[in-house]
Design a protein around this ligand. Sequence first.
Ligand code: GDP
Length: 427
Amino acid sequence: MADTIYALATAPGKAGLCVLRISGPRAFDILTALGGGEVPLRSARVRALKDGAGGVLDQALVLTFGAGRSFTGEDVVELHLHGSIAVQRAVFARLEELGLARMAKPGEFTRRALLNGRMDLTEVQGLADVIEAETEEQRRAAMRVMGGEMSGLILGWRSRLIRAAALMEATIDFADEEVPVDVMPEVVELLSSVVDEMAGEASGSSAAKALREGFEVAIVGAPNAGKSSLLNAIVRSDAALVSEIPGTTRDVIERAVDLQGLKVIFVDTAGLRETDDPVERLGVARAKERAEAADMRLFLHEEESVPAFPVARAPHDLVCRTKADLHGGEGLSSRTGAGLDALLEAIAAHFASVAGSAGFVSRTQDEMALREAIAALTSALETCYLGDVELVVFELRKAVTVLERIVGQIGVEDVLDEVFRSFCLGK
Ligand code: GDP
Protein backbone atom coordinates (compact mmCIF):
# COMPACT_ATOMS: atom_id res chain seq x y z
CA MET A 1 0.00 0.00 0.00
CA ALA A 2 1.30 3.46 -0.85
CA ASP A 3 2.27 5.94 1.86
CA THR A 4 -0.14 8.73 2.56
CA ILE A 5 1.49 12.07 1.74
CA TYR A 6 0.75 15.71 2.45
CA ALA A 7 2.07 19.11 1.39
CA LEU A 8 0.99 22.68 0.87
CA ALA A 9 -0.33 23.08 -2.66
CA THR A 10 0.02 26.86 -2.38
CA ALA A 11 3.17 28.93 -1.98
CA PRO A 12 4.50 29.16 1.55
CA GLY A 13 4.09 32.40 3.47
CA LYS A 14 1.25 34.72 4.44
CA ALA A 15 -1.92 34.78 2.32
CA GLY A 16 -5.69 34.86 2.71
CA LEU A 17 -5.86 31.11 2.37
CA CYS A 18 -3.58 28.19 1.83
CA VAL A 19 -4.39 24.72 0.58
CA LEU A 20 -2.98 21.64 2.24
CA ARG A 21 -3.43 18.49 0.24
CA ILE A 22 -3.41 14.97 1.68
CA SER A 23 -3.37 11.95 -0.63
CA GLY A 24 -3.29 8.22 0.01
CA PRO A 25 -5.11 5.41 1.83
CA ARG A 26 -5.07 7.13 5.26
CA ALA A 27 -6.30 10.51 4.01
CA PHE A 28 -9.82 10.13 5.44
CA ASP A 29 -8.48 8.67 8.73
CA ILE A 30 -6.38 11.80 9.10
CA LEU A 31 -9.42 14.01 8.55
CA THR A 32 -11.25 12.07 11.26
CA ALA A 33 -8.27 12.35 13.61
CA LEU A 34 -8.19 16.11 13.02
CA GLY A 35 -11.81 16.21 14.17
CA GLY A 36 -13.09 16.88 10.64
CA GLY A 37 -15.54 13.99 10.85
CA GLU A 38 -17.15 12.67 7.70
CA VAL A 39 -17.31 14.94 4.68
CA PRO A 40 -19.37 13.54 1.77
CA LEU A 41 -17.17 12.84 -1.29
CA ARG A 42 -16.74 15.67 -3.78
CA SER A 43 -18.30 18.23 -1.52
CA ALA A 44 -17.09 20.95 0.82
CA ARG A 45 -17.77 21.49 4.52
CA VAL A 46 -16.52 23.99 7.08
CA ARG A 47 -14.90 22.15 9.97
CA ALA A 48 -13.04 23.16 13.12
CA LEU A 49 -9.79 21.19 13.01
CA LYS A 50 -8.51 20.20 16.46
CA ASP A 51 -5.16 19.49 18.08
CA GLY A 52 -4.54 16.51 20.37
CA ALA A 53 -6.00 18.30 23.41
CA GLY A 54 -9.17 19.34 21.61
CA GLY A 55 -8.06 22.94 21.00
CA VAL A 56 -9.06 24.50 17.68
CA LEU A 57 -6.21 24.69 15.14
CA ASP A 58 -8.19 26.51 12.48
CA GLN A 59 -11.64 26.79 10.90
CA ALA A 60 -11.06 25.13 7.56
CA LEU A 61 -12.99 24.43 4.42
CA VAL A 62 -12.60 20.69 3.81
CA LEU A 63 -12.98 18.98 0.42
CA THR A 64 -12.83 15.23 -0.14
CA PHE A 65 -12.30 13.17 -3.28
CA GLY A 66 -12.51 9.38 -3.48
CA ALA A 67 -9.93 7.12 -5.12
CA GLY A 68 -10.34 7.02 -8.89
CA ARG A 69 -11.96 10.45 -8.97
CA SER A 70 -9.21 12.67 -7.63
CA PHE A 71 -6.12 14.43 -9.01
CA THR A 72 -3.78 11.67 -7.81
CA GLY A 73 -6.24 8.82 -8.31
CA GLU A 74 -6.10 8.13 -4.53
CA ASP A 75 -8.30 9.25 -1.65
CA VAL A 76 -7.63 12.97 -1.33
CA VAL A 77 -8.49 15.52 1.35
CA GLU A 78 -7.94 19.21 0.70
CA LEU A 79 -7.82 21.51 3.71
CA HIS A 80 -8.36 25.14 2.78
CA LEU A 81 -6.79 26.79 5.80
CA HIS A 82 -6.19 30.39 6.67
CA GLY A 83 -2.92 31.33 5.03
CA SER A 84 -1.12 32.11 8.24
CA ILE A 85 2.34 30.87 9.03
CA ALA A 86 1.29 29.92 12.57
CA VAL A 87 -1.74 27.97 11.30
CA GLN A 88 0.39 26.13 8.75
CA ARG A 89 2.96 25.25 11.42
CA ALA A 90 0.36 24.08 13.92
CA VAL A 91 -1.44 21.86 11.39
CA PHE A 92 1.85 20.41 10.16
CA ALA A 93 2.90 19.68 13.75
CA ARG A 94 -0.39 17.87 14.38
CA LEU A 95 0.00 15.81 11.18
CA GLU A 96 3.48 14.82 12.25
CA GLU A 97 2.22 13.88 15.70
CA LEU A 98 -0.51 11.68 14.19
CA GLY A 99 2.14 9.82 12.17
CA LEU A 100 -0.35 8.59 9.58
CA ALA A 101 1.30 10.38 6.68
CA ARG A 102 4.59 11.88 5.61
CA MET A 103 5.54 15.08 3.86
CA ALA A 104 5.40 14.72 0.05
CA LYS A 105 8.50 15.04 -2.11
CA PRO A 106 8.53 17.66 -4.90
CA GLY A 107 6.20 16.61 -7.73
CA GLU A 108 4.98 13.55 -5.81
CA PHE A 109 1.26 14.29 -6.21
CA THR A 110 1.64 14.61 -9.97
CA ARG A 111 3.86 11.54 -10.03
CA ARG A 112 1.06 9.55 -8.44
CA ALA A 113 -1.43 11.01 -10.92
CA LEU A 114 0.83 9.73 -13.69
CA LEU A 115 1.40 6.28 -12.18
CA ASN A 116 -2.34 5.90 -11.52
CA GLY A 117 -3.16 6.76 -15.13
CA ARG A 118 -4.89 10.06 -14.31
CA MET A 119 -2.54 11.93 -16.67
CA ASP A 120 -0.01 10.78 -19.23
CA LEU A 121 3.55 12.01 -19.55
CA THR A 122 2.76 14.74 -22.09
CA GLU A 123 -0.05 16.06 -19.89
CA VAL A 124 2.28 16.11 -16.88
CA GLN A 125 4.77 18.17 -18.87
CA GLY A 126 1.93 20.41 -20.00
CA LEU A 127 1.01 20.93 -16.36
CA ALA A 128 4.62 21.84 -15.53
CA ASP A 129 4.53 24.36 -18.40
CA VAL A 130 1.22 25.84 -17.21
CA ILE A 131 2.78 26.42 -13.79
CA GLU A 132 5.90 27.95 -15.39
CA ALA A 133 3.97 30.07 -17.92
CA GLU A 134 4.66 33.82 -17.66
CA THR A 135 3.11 35.10 -20.87
CA GLU A 136 -0.22 34.65 -22.63
CA GLU A 137 1.15 32.57 -25.52
CA GLN A 138 3.09 30.32 -23.15
CA ARG A 139 -0.11 29.78 -21.19
CA ARG A 140 -2.16 28.95 -24.30
CA ALA A 141 0.39 26.47 -25.65
CA ALA A 142 0.80 24.79 -22.25
CA MET A 143 -2.98 24.50 -21.78
CA ARG A 144 -3.33 22.60 -25.04
CA VAL A 145 -0.64 20.11 -24.06
CA MET A 146 -2.03 19.73 -20.54
CA GLY A 147 -5.50 19.27 -22.03
CA GLY A 148 -4.30 16.20 -23.91
CA GLU A 149 -3.95 17.50 -27.47
CA MET A 150 -0.36 16.31 -27.89
CA SER A 151 -1.25 13.00 -26.34
CA GLY A 152 -4.23 12.62 -28.70
CA LEU A 153 -2.03 13.29 -31.70
CA ILE A 154 0.55 10.71 -30.66
CA LEU A 155 -1.98 8.05 -29.69
CA GLY A 156 -3.72 8.64 -33.04
CA TRP A 157 -0.45 7.90 -34.87
CA ARG A 158 0.07 4.88 -32.66
CA SER A 159 -3.28 3.33 -33.47
CA ARG A 160 -2.77 3.87 -37.22
CA LEU A 161 0.63 2.16 -37.00
CA ILE A 162 -0.85 -0.71 -35.02
CA ARG A 163 -3.47 -1.13 -37.73
CA ALA A 164 -0.72 -1.19 -40.36
CA ALA A 165 1.21 -3.79 -38.36
CA ALA A 166 -1.92 -5.93 -37.97
CA LEU A 167 -2.53 -5.82 -41.72
CA MET A 168 1.06 -6.90 -42.40
CA GLU A 169 0.93 -9.65 -39.79
CA ALA A 170 -2.21 -11.02 -41.40
CA THR A 171 -0.17 -11.66 -44.52
CA ILE A 172 2.38 -13.64 -42.47
CA ASP A 173 -0.32 -15.76 -40.81
CA PHE A 174 -1.91 -16.49 -44.14
CA ALA A 175 1.39 -17.06 -45.92
CA ASP A 176 0.47 -20.60 -46.95
CA GLU A 177 -3.03 -19.70 -47.93
CA GLU A 178 -4.25 -17.10 -50.25
CA VAL A 179 -4.11 -13.61 -48.73
CA PRO A 180 -7.66 -12.30 -48.90
CA VAL A 181 -6.79 -8.88 -50.24
CA ASP A 182 -3.67 -6.98 -51.10
CA VAL A 183 -3.00 -4.97 -47.93
CA MET A 184 0.01 -3.12 -49.28
CA PRO A 185 -1.78 -0.02 -50.62
CA GLU A 186 -3.46 0.61 -47.28
CA VAL A 187 -0.26 0.01 -45.31
CA VAL A 188 1.73 2.38 -47.52
CA GLU A 189 -1.02 5.00 -47.21
CA LEU A 190 -1.09 4.65 -43.41
CA LEU A 191 2.69 4.85 -43.07
CA SER A 192 3.21 7.75 -45.43
CA SER A 193 0.46 9.85 -43.91
CA VAL A 194 1.81 9.26 -40.39
CA VAL A 195 5.39 10.05 -41.49
CA ASP A 196 4.22 13.30 -43.13
CA GLU A 197 2.39 14.40 -40.01
CA MET A 198 5.34 13.48 -37.80
CA ALA A 199 7.73 15.41 -40.03
CA GLY A 200 5.46 18.46 -39.77
CA GLU A 201 5.43 18.17 -35.99
CA ALA A 202 9.21 17.69 -35.84
CA SER A 203 9.80 20.77 -37.97
CA GLY A 204 7.64 22.85 -35.62
CA SER A 205 9.50 21.71 -32.53
CA SER A 206 12.17 24.42 -32.46
CA ALA A 207 9.40 27.05 -32.60
CA ALA A 208 7.55 25.23 -29.82
CA LYS A 209 10.73 25.17 -27.75
CA ALA A 210 11.35 28.89 -28.27
CA LEU A 211 7.73 29.63 -27.39
CA ARG A 212 8.13 27.73 -24.12
CA GLU A 213 11.60 28.97 -23.17
CA GLY A 214 11.57 32.43 -24.78
CA PHE A 215 12.74 33.77 -28.17
CA GLU A 216 16.24 35.21 -28.02
CA VAL A 217 17.28 38.51 -29.60
CA ALA A 218 20.99 39.32 -29.52
CA ILE A 219 21.86 43.01 -29.61
CA VAL A 220 25.08 43.41 -31.58
CA GLY A 221 27.11 46.55 -32.23
CA ALA A 222 30.41 48.32 -31.65
CA PRO A 223 31.22 49.71 -28.21
CA ASN A 224 29.16 52.86 -27.62
CA ALA A 225 26.70 51.97 -30.40
CA GLY A 226 23.97 52.19 -27.76
CA LYS A 227 23.30 48.52 -26.95
CA SER A 228 22.86 48.77 -23.21
CA SER A 229 20.87 52.01 -23.50
CA LEU A 230 18.48 50.23 -25.88
CA LEU A 231 18.13 47.24 -23.55
CA ASN A 232 17.26 49.60 -20.71
CA ALA A 233 14.78 51.50 -22.90
CA ILE A 234 13.05 48.24 -23.83
CA VAL A 235 12.78 47.20 -20.21
CA ARG A 236 11.32 50.61 -19.32
CA SER A 237 8.80 50.49 -22.21
CA ASP A 238 5.36 48.87 -22.08
CA ALA A 239 6.92 45.46 -22.49
CA ALA A 240 6.45 43.88 -19.08
CA LEU A 241 9.48 42.39 -17.46
CA VAL A 242 9.11 38.69 -16.78
CA SER A 243 11.11 36.79 -14.20
CA GLU A 244 14.81 37.44 -13.74
CA ILE A 245 17.11 35.10 -15.59
CA PRO A 246 19.57 33.42 -13.28
CA GLY A 247 23.15 32.63 -14.12
CA THR A 248 24.07 35.55 -16.34
CA THR A 249 27.76 35.75 -17.09
CA ARG A 250 29.83 38.89 -17.19
CA ASP A 251 29.93 38.61 -21.00
CA VAL A 252 26.22 39.04 -21.61
CA ILE A 253 23.39 40.88 -19.93
CA GLU A 254 19.92 39.54 -20.57
CA ARG A 255 16.40 40.64 -19.82
CA ALA A 256 13.21 38.72 -20.57
CA VAL A 257 10.15 40.74 -21.51
CA ASP A 258 6.58 39.97 -22.52
CA LEU A 259 6.13 41.20 -26.10
CA GLN A 260 2.49 40.81 -27.15
CA GLY A 261 2.17 37.59 -25.18
CA LEU A 262 5.48 36.13 -26.29
CA LYS A 263 8.44 35.74 -23.97
CA VAL A 264 11.38 37.45 -25.64
CA ILE A 265 14.85 37.50 -24.13
CA PHE A 266 17.06 40.43 -25.15
CA VAL A 267 20.75 39.74 -24.83
CA ASP A 268 23.28 42.56 -24.77
CA THR A 269 26.44 41.01 -26.20
CA ALA A 270 28.61 43.64 -24.55
CA GLY A 271 31.52 41.20 -24.67
CA LEU A 272 31.79 41.47 -28.46
CA ARG A 273 34.83 43.71 -28.87
CA GLU A 274 38.31 43.52 -30.29
CA THR A 275 40.78 42.53 -27.62
CA ASP A 276 44.29 41.17 -27.09
CA ASP A 277 43.53 39.88 -23.61
CA PRO A 278 43.29 36.06 -23.83
CA VAL A 279 40.71 35.78 -21.03
CA GLU A 280 38.59 38.48 -22.59
CA ARG A 281 38.92 36.76 -25.94
CA LEU A 282 37.18 33.70 -24.49
CA GLY A 283 34.30 35.93 -23.47
CA VAL A 284 34.20 37.43 -26.96
CA ALA A 285 34.03 33.96 -28.52
CA ARG A 286 31.18 33.03 -26.20
CA ALA A 287 29.27 36.22 -26.93
CA LYS A 288 29.69 35.62 -30.67
CA GLU A 289 28.42 32.07 -30.36
CA ARG A 290 25.48 33.27 -28.35
CA ALA A 291 24.64 35.94 -30.91
CA GLU A 292 24.82 33.43 -33.74
CA ALA A 293 22.62 30.95 -31.92
CA ALA A 294 19.97 33.55 -31.06
CA ASP A 295 16.59 33.51 -32.81
CA MET A 296 17.22 37.02 -34.13
CA ARG A 297 20.01 39.59 -34.15
CA LEU A 298 19.53 43.29 -33.81
CA PHE A 299 22.52 45.10 -35.32
CA LEU A 300 23.08 48.62 -34.04
CA HIS A 301 25.32 51.27 -35.55
CA GLU A 302 25.74 54.95 -34.80
CA GLU A 303 27.54 56.04 -37.99
CA GLU A 304 25.55 56.81 -41.12
CA SER A 305 26.66 53.86 -43.24
CA VAL A 306 26.16 50.29 -42.04
CA PRO A 307 29.53 48.95 -40.84
CA ALA A 308 30.77 45.36 -40.99
CA PHE A 309 29.62 43.29 -37.99
CA PRO A 310 31.55 40.36 -36.50
CA VAL A 311 28.45 38.13 -36.53
CA ALA A 312 26.70 36.59 -39.57
CA ARG A 313 23.39 38.14 -40.58
CA ALA A 314 20.21 36.15 -41.28
CA PRO A 315 17.44 37.46 -43.58
CA HIS A 316 15.04 38.23 -40.72
CA ASP A 317 17.65 40.09 -38.63
CA LEU A 318 17.18 43.84 -38.11
CA VAL A 319 19.67 46.67 -38.55
CA CYS A 320 19.07 50.04 -36.87
CA ARG A 321 20.89 53.31 -36.67
CA THR A 322 20.96 54.55 -33.07
CA LYS A 323 20.95 57.98 -31.39
CA ALA A 324 18.48 59.46 -33.88
CA ASP A 325 18.05 62.43 -31.53
CA LEU A 326 21.66 63.45 -32.26
CA HIS A 327 21.77 62.62 -35.95
CA GLY A 328 18.22 63.45 -37.01
CA GLY A 329 16.26 61.51 -39.62
CA GLU A 330 15.06 57.93 -39.39
CA GLY A 331 16.39 55.68 -36.70
CA LEU A 332 16.18 54.74 -33.12
CA SER A 333 16.65 56.87 -30.05
CA SER A 334 16.86 55.29 -26.66
CA ARG A 335 16.84 58.80 -25.22
CA THR A 336 13.54 60.02 -26.76
CA GLY A 337 12.02 56.62 -27.45
CA ALA A 338 11.69 57.38 -31.18
CA GLY A 339 11.41 54.23 -33.26
CA LEU A 340 11.17 51.96 -30.22
CA ASP A 341 7.53 50.92 -30.62
CA ALA A 342 8.02 50.18 -34.31
CA LEU A 343 11.09 48.11 -33.51
CA LEU A 344 9.31 46.06 -30.83
CA GLU A 345 6.34 45.66 -33.18
CA ALA A 346 8.60 44.26 -35.93
CA ILE A 347 10.27 41.86 -33.51
CA ALA A 348 6.94 40.65 -32.09
CA ALA A 349 5.48 40.23 -35.60
CA HIS A 350 8.39 38.05 -36.66
CA PHE A 351 8.19 35.82 -33.60
CA ALA A 352 4.41 35.62 -33.81
CA SER A 353 4.75 34.19 -37.30
CA VAL A 354 7.39 31.72 -36.10
CA ALA A 355 5.16 30.75 -33.16
CA GLY A 356 2.35 30.11 -35.65
CA SER A 357 4.31 27.12 -36.96
CA ALA A 358 4.96 25.71 -33.49
CA GLY A 359 3.98 22.12 -32.85
CA PHE A 360 3.33 20.51 -29.50
CA VAL A 361 6.73 18.85 -29.19
CA SER A 362 8.92 21.32 -27.34
CA ARG A 363 11.34 19.07 -25.46
CA THR A 364 14.55 17.86 -27.03
CA GLN A 365 14.11 14.28 -25.88
CA ASP A 366 10.62 14.12 -27.45
CA GLU A 367 11.89 15.66 -30.67
CA MET A 368 14.67 13.07 -30.82
CA ALA A 369 12.14 10.31 -30.19
CA LEU A 370 9.98 11.64 -33.00
CA ARG A 371 12.94 11.62 -35.38
CA GLU A 372 13.71 8.05 -34.34
CA ALA A 373 10.12 7.04 -35.16
CA ILE A 374 10.32 8.84 -38.52
CA ALA A 375 13.54 6.96 -39.34
CA ALA A 376 11.96 3.61 -38.44
CA LEU A 377 8.89 4.33 -40.54
CA THR A 378 10.92 5.59 -43.48
CA SER A 379 12.83 2.36 -43.43
CA ALA A 380 9.55 0.41 -43.07
CA LEU A 381 8.19 2.18 -46.15
CA GLU A 382 11.29 1.31 -48.18
CA THR A 383 11.02 -2.30 -47.03
CA CYS A 384 7.34 -2.40 -48.05
CA TYR A 385 8.38 -2.04 -51.65
CA LEU A 386 10.90 -4.89 -51.23
CA GLY A 387 8.16 -7.10 -49.84
CA ASP A 388 10.00 -8.09 -46.61
CA VAL A 389 6.95 -8.33 -44.38
CA GLU A 390 8.77 -9.25 -41.17
CA LEU A 391 11.20 -6.39 -41.43
CA VAL A 392 8.31 -3.95 -42.01
CA VAL A 393 6.56 -5.24 -38.90
CA PHE A 394 9.81 -4.95 -36.93
CA GLU A 395 10.27 -1.27 -37.89
CA LEU A 396 6.61 -0.55 -37.23
CA ARG A 397 6.86 -1.98 -33.73
CA LYS A 398 9.96 0.11 -33.12
CA ALA A 399 8.06 3.28 -34.05
CA VAL A 400 5.09 2.27 -31.87
CA THR A 401 7.44 1.73 -28.91
CA VAL A 402 8.95 5.18 -29.36
CA LEU A 403 5.48 6.77 -29.36
CA GLU A 404 4.52 4.85 -26.23
CA ARG A 405 7.62 6.21 -24.54
CA ILE A 406 6.66 9.81 -25.39
CA VAL A 407 3.27 9.46 -23.70
CA GLY A 408 4.78 7.40 -20.88
CA GLN A 409 2.88 4.16 -21.53
CA ILE A 410 6.21 2.37 -21.28
CA GLY A 411 9.59 3.25 -19.83
CA VAL A 412 8.00 5.86 -17.62
CA GLU A 413 10.16 4.92 -14.61
CA ASP A 414 13.31 5.88 -16.55
CA VAL A 415 12.19 9.45 -17.10
CA LEU A 416 10.28 10.19 -13.90
CA ASP A 417 13.17 11.72 -11.98
CA GLU A 418 14.08 13.96 -14.89
CA VAL A 419 10.48 15.08 -15.40
CA PHE A 420 9.80 15.81 -11.75
CA ARG A 421 13.09 17.54 -11.04
CA SER A 422 11.53 20.84 -12.09
CA PHE A 423 8.36 20.39 -10.04
CA CYS A 424 8.05 22.29 -6.83
CA LEU A 425 6.88 20.96 -3.54
CA GLY A 426 3.16 20.33 -3.29
CA LYS A 427 2.53 19.83 -7.03
P1 GDP B 1 27.01 50.25 -25.71
O1 GDP B 1 28.45 50.30 -25.42
O2 GDP B 1 26.73 49.82 -27.12
O3 GDP B 1 26.21 49.45 -24.73
O4 GDP B 1 26.48 51.76 -25.66
P2 GDP B 1 25.74 52.53 -24.47
O5 GDP B 1 24.32 52.16 -24.44
O6 GDP B 1 26.52 52.39 -23.23
O7 GDP B 1 25.82 54.02 -25.01
C1 GDP B 1 27.05 54.66 -25.25
C2 GDP B 1 26.86 56.16 -25.07
O8 GDP B 1 25.88 56.62 -26.00
C3 GDP B 1 26.33 56.53 -23.70
O9 GDP B 1 26.96 57.70 -23.29
C4 GDP B 1 24.85 56.74 -23.90
O10 GDP B 1 24.30 57.68 -23.01
C5 GDP B 1 24.81 57.28 -25.32
N1 GDP B 1 23.56 56.93 -25.98
C6 GDP B 1 23.03 55.71 -26.14
N2 GDP B 1 21.86 55.77 -26.79
C7 GDP B 1 21.63 57.07 -27.05
C8 GDP B 1 20.57 57.81 -27.71
O11 GDP B 1 19.57 57.25 -28.19
N3 GDP B 1 20.71 59.15 -27.78
C9 GDP B 1 21.79 59.80 -27.27
N4 GDP B 1 21.82 61.10 -27.37
N5 GDP B 1 22.78 59.16 -26.65
C10 GDP B 1 22.72 57.82 -26.53
